[in-house]
Design a binder for this molecule. Structure first.
Ligand code: UDP
Ligand code: MG
Length: 340
């Protein structure tokens, strides 16, 4: 039995939202209350129906408890919880797939993306009838030197791979229209990298500049290992050129081998074979290195083929607050009718 004050009940009576805000959240117990305190007045002030899809990416701290508490007096907050940590992009995927709004904004939970810009993004999309509005980082002054450098290299490489319709320095703070969301949902990607897939769609787009602020609390959950993972996913998702690189490296090493062979023969003819030891030694290491690189590159692709064949989902949802009531299907069909 439910009574009127039950937030789940209220949710079922609310019309489908105009705006969905997707927030991937992983161990953000310090940042989350501050983020909500800043985000909520902005969304309330927009004067449109909205929902916030908070995707708890398997947090192991007090985040789930805090989220439940916040939801008690903020029924617009919908909680999707993963059974285990599945990564930022998987959390984004779950949020974008489950969002019901006509427009979907994705934003980090640590206030590095200023929520005030959501209003600007929405207004721009409405005014110019855009499908995508990118949040473009004008100033990364608050990021570490290392982060700025690696990010610079990443965006340079990605623009080479995806093309110039990929805005420079656009991360995962962006607005998508329902049409763009439906297009993304139709893609069979297992490990989607949205910052590449979204520009690849080629839909009409605009940009809103913002200053990347300092993380409000806690510390980054993107260690170098996750950054390398994202870069590898990005490259192999979008290009087969690393495989071609393997071919070129193989050819180069073959040519070097030929030169070494000539050199060794000459040394042999001159009767000084013992000093040749160093060149052989270097050659052996060089070829070994090249071969390992090639095998590694092939492994990257074979690994992806393997996981695609396995067709494992990128995440498992352990809980979705909107499934407290049996209204999901009804609301979902209302949205798809509108999208047609
Ligand atoms: N995040 C996540 N799963 C992870 C790592 C991060 O959902 O495995 C979330 C995190 O809570 C934050 C956003 O993704 O809202 C960006 O992460 P973070 O701030 O740690 O990365 P950075 O801004 O340092 O690149
Ligand atoms: Mg951050």
């Amino acid at each position: 039995m439910r009574h009127a004050a039950d937030p789940a009940r209220e949710e079922s009576e609310r019309p489908a939202p105009v705006l969905s805000v997707v927030v991937p959240i992983y161990n953000e117990q310090e940042a989350l209350p501050l983020t909500v305190a800043r985000l909520r007045p902005i969304l309330d002030g927009m004067g449109i129906g909205y929902e916030v899809v908070g995707v708890d990416d398997g947090s192991t701290d007090a985040t789930p408890v805090i989220m439940q508490k916040i939801r008690q007096d903020w029924p617009e907050l919908r909680i999707v919880r993963f059974a285990r940590n599945s990564g930022h992009q998987a959390a984004l995927t779950a949020g974008i797939h489950r969002a019901l709004g006509d427009y979907v904004v994705s934003i980090d939970a640590d206030l590095q993306d200023p929520p005030e810009k959501i209003t600007e993004m929405y207004a721009l999309a409405r005014e110019r009838d855009l499908d995508i509005v990118y949040g473009v980082r004008g100033d990364r002054g608050t990021d570490t030197f290392f982060k700025r450098r690696t990010a610079g290299a990443y965006y340079w490489l990605m623009r080479k791979l995806v093309g110039t319709n990929m805005p420079n320095q656009a991360g995962d703070f962006r607005l998508l229209s329902r049409a763009a969301v439906d297009a993304l949902k139709s893609l069979p990607e297992h490990q989607p990298v949205y910052r590449l897939l979204v520009p690849w769609l080629g839909f009409s787009s605009g940009e809103v500049a913002y200053v990347r602020e300092e993380r409000v609390a806690g510390s980054t959950h993107y260690p170098v290992s996750k950054m390398v993972r994202l870069a590898l996913d990005s490259i192999t998702n979008f290009s087969a050129s690393p495989l071609r690189l393997a071919t070129w490296l193989g050819l180069t090493s073959f040519l070097v081998c030929l030169l070494l062979a000539v050199y060794t023969t000459v040394q042999y003819a001159l009767g000084s074979t013992v000093p040749g030891w160093s060149s052989l030694f270097i050659g052996m290491h060089f070829i070994g290195g090249v071969q390992l690189i090639c095998v590694g590159l092939l492994g990257e692709y074979i690994g992806r083929i393997y996981s695609a064949v396995q067709a494992r989902p990128a995440y498992f949802v352990g809980y979705d607050s909107s499934e407290d009531t049996a209204d999901t299907e009804e609301r979902g069909s209302r949205v798809s009718e509108r999208a047609v």
